[in-house]
Write a protein that binds this ligand. Sequence first.
Ligand code: DC
Length: 226
Amino acid sequence: MSKRRSIAIDGPSGAGKSTLARALARSLGYLYVDTGAIYRTVGLQAFRNGIDPENGDAVVALLPGLDIGLGYGEDGVQRMYLNGEDVSQVIRQHEISRYASCVSALPEVRSFLLDRQRQLAREHDVVMDGRDIGTVVLPQADVKIFLTATPEARARRRWLELQDRGEQAQFDTVLRDVKERDQRDANRSTAPLRQAEDAILADTTELDLDQSLALLIQIVKERLQA
Ligand code: DC
């Protein structure tokens, strides 16, 4: 089997990672892997069990019984399953973001999920997005991109997204949550959010979606040809 190609996209929440990574994968004919969705599914299990997500021991105790499935619908969109139930929508709820961020800080949770993520990259050409893809999961990725934007720009996008889904939220609350999550994701001791040394920085603060996608395609083409 020829070597698989992999593109790692990391960055803080709301930088446009999922939308852009999905569009990039489509344009390249690669599989898109949203690793945040996997952490969200673990967070959802904690939430449903009434577990305080900051209680590491209780979260870790859930892992042996955790049945997480990752599949792709006929539309090619990634789906997450928890104990056989399609939870792809539920895990997007605002409350679950905090749970995902807390459980993802636990080394046991990260190592529990690591091999599954690597396996996907062994079997497919992938665009994989997350926080530690270029640094930990796929350090040999062919292209690494660190996608970011100011907290205000990211909070605004998240707020519009929530409104679109009919969820009520105050902008200030969303901004506070974005900053809180940045803080937690960047300061945890295991696999903190940081730019890999060989990653290319892409700042989308001033760019719309089409411009951001054009930038990513240009970066990938240049890197793959180099
Ligand atoms: O990308 P997202 O917002 O769906 O991610 C949810 C949480 O999961 C986020 O707070 C950080 C965490 N996460 C992580 O620690 N490592 C990843 N590779 C992906 C997500």
